[in-house]
Design a binder for this molecule. Structure first.
Ligand code: NDP
Ligand code: GDR
Length: 337
């Protein structure tokens, strides 16, 4: 019998790659689906199996991290071997506009899931999607022992979720781990995060659909990796004998400006002709520099990155150019990458 996993956030960037990984490993995958007035399963449509499928290995359940009782019921029903908590209001800028909502979903949502595991009595392991945003203004390179200094409601909520995860491990002996992941991107990245906003704009400017791209702070330094590689690290953390916390990063810094330059160059464009500043995209308090030290993940998990920011910019531009060409020619847009 293969293992069973439950993923919150399965419709997001990471959830979709993780579901693919686990299905390929023979897991039965259950995903938590938020009720939405429009379809929100675009990233997993290519692996979706309808209710009539004879041997379903991917099942979706309507639930929400705001609804603790539904989480308990779901855990009892599924009794998963592994739980991956990827669900969150994950946008840092938006968290300044909706701080309480972000705290509820991203912070308390994690506690609800931990408590639901305890209340259901199900023996399981849980992965918590912690973030480099917890380090905030702590100077780089950041590692597992770097003190947190979050700079946004999102970062604060993730710190709360991080410590709740540690607390359930210490208090109840739960196999609960934190993956402290630095920024990771892909052609499936949400369109309002800076990398995808840039690569999508490159495709649209080339096609004559857009002329200007408005951005905020170009001086911020980030450590950008490739999402499909990062979900492997999540899985590896739950396969260890003992629970622990790990930084996952490339260790290679780049500014937003450098990413911008590389992406526009990959599309044969000069970014300075098209990019303009809009203060709307600045944050009330910014995180200036995040660069991770992935040494512990390399030593204990055998995990190493193989895609770095420049190559990432190129592959995202290629994907956005191809997707737009397919859309304009009326053929189906490829999502299976
Ligand atoms: P996305 O924003 O792409 O996906 C977030 C997911 O959470 C979506 O499936 C979304 O559903 C779901 N979600 C939002 N609110 C709720 C809720 N109330 N109840 C249940 N599900 C909810 O994020 P990523 O895939 O990029 O990131 C995955 C996780 O990792 C997040 O927790 C994020 O904060 C964290 N993280 C991400 C990093 C990155 O660089 N990508 C780095 C470090 C941490 P819907 O599709 O319906 O909106
Ligand atoms: P981040 O990612 O805040 O690091 O959080 P984002 O791509 O939003 O911003 C990265 C940097 O780019 C600057 N920036 C802009 N950002 C956006 N979104 N839009 C703009 O127009 C723009 N112009 C400049 C930002 O100020 C920032 O410095 C991501 C999310 O995935 C989190 O969920 C995750 O936890 C962290 O990465 C690690």
């Amino acid at each position: 019998m293969g293992k069973t996993a439950l993923i919150s956030g399965i419709t997001g960037q990471d959830g979709s790659y993780l579901a693919e990984l686990l299905l390929a490993k023979g897991y039965t995958v259950h995903g938590l689906l938020r009720r939405s007035s429009s379809f929100n399963t675009e990233r997993i449509d290519h692996i979706y199996q309808g209710p009539q499928h004879p041997e379903r290995t991917l099942l979706l359940h309507h639930a929400d991290l705001a609804d603790g009782v539904a989480l308990v019921n779901l855990l009892r029903e599924i009794a998963p071997d592994e739980v991956y908590n990827l669900g969150a209001q994950s946008h840092v800028r938006v968290s300044f506009d909706a701080p309480l909502y972000t705290a509820d979903t991203t912070g308390l949502g994690t506690l609800r899931l931990l408590e639901a595991i305890r209340a259901s009595g199900v023996e399981t392991r849980i992965y918590q999607a912690s973030s480099s945003e917890m380090f905030g203004s702590a100077p780089p390179p950041q590692h597992e022992a770097t003190p947190f200094h979050p700079r946004s409601p999102y970062g604060c909520a993730k710190v709360y979720a991080y410590w709740s995860t540690v607390n359930y491990r210490e208090a109840y002996g739960m196999f609960a781990v934190n993956g402290i992941l630095f920024n990771h991107e892909s052609p499936r990245r949400g369109e309002t995060f800076v990398t995808r906003k840039i690569t999508r704009a490159v495709a649209r400017i080339r096609a004559g659909l857009q002329d200007r791209l408005y951005l905020g702070n170009l001086d911020a330094v980030r450590d950008w990796g490739y999402a499909p590689e990062y979900v492997t690290a999540m899985w590896l953390m739950l396969q260890r004998d003992t629970p622990d916390d790990y930084v996952v990063a490339t260790g290679v810094p780049a500014t937003v400006r450098e990413f911008l330059q590389a992406a526009f160059a990959a599309g044969g464009l000069d970014w300075e002709r098209h990019v303009r500043f809009d203060p709307k995209y600045e944050r009330p308090s910014e995180v200036d520099a995040l660069v991770g030290d992935p040494g512990k993940a390399a030593r204990l998990l055998g995990w190493r990155p193989s895609t770095y920011w420049r190559e990432l910019a190129e592959l995202m531009v290629t994907a956005d150019v191809e997707a737009l060409e397919a859309e304009l020619s009326g053929s189906r847009v490829r999502i299976d990458r």
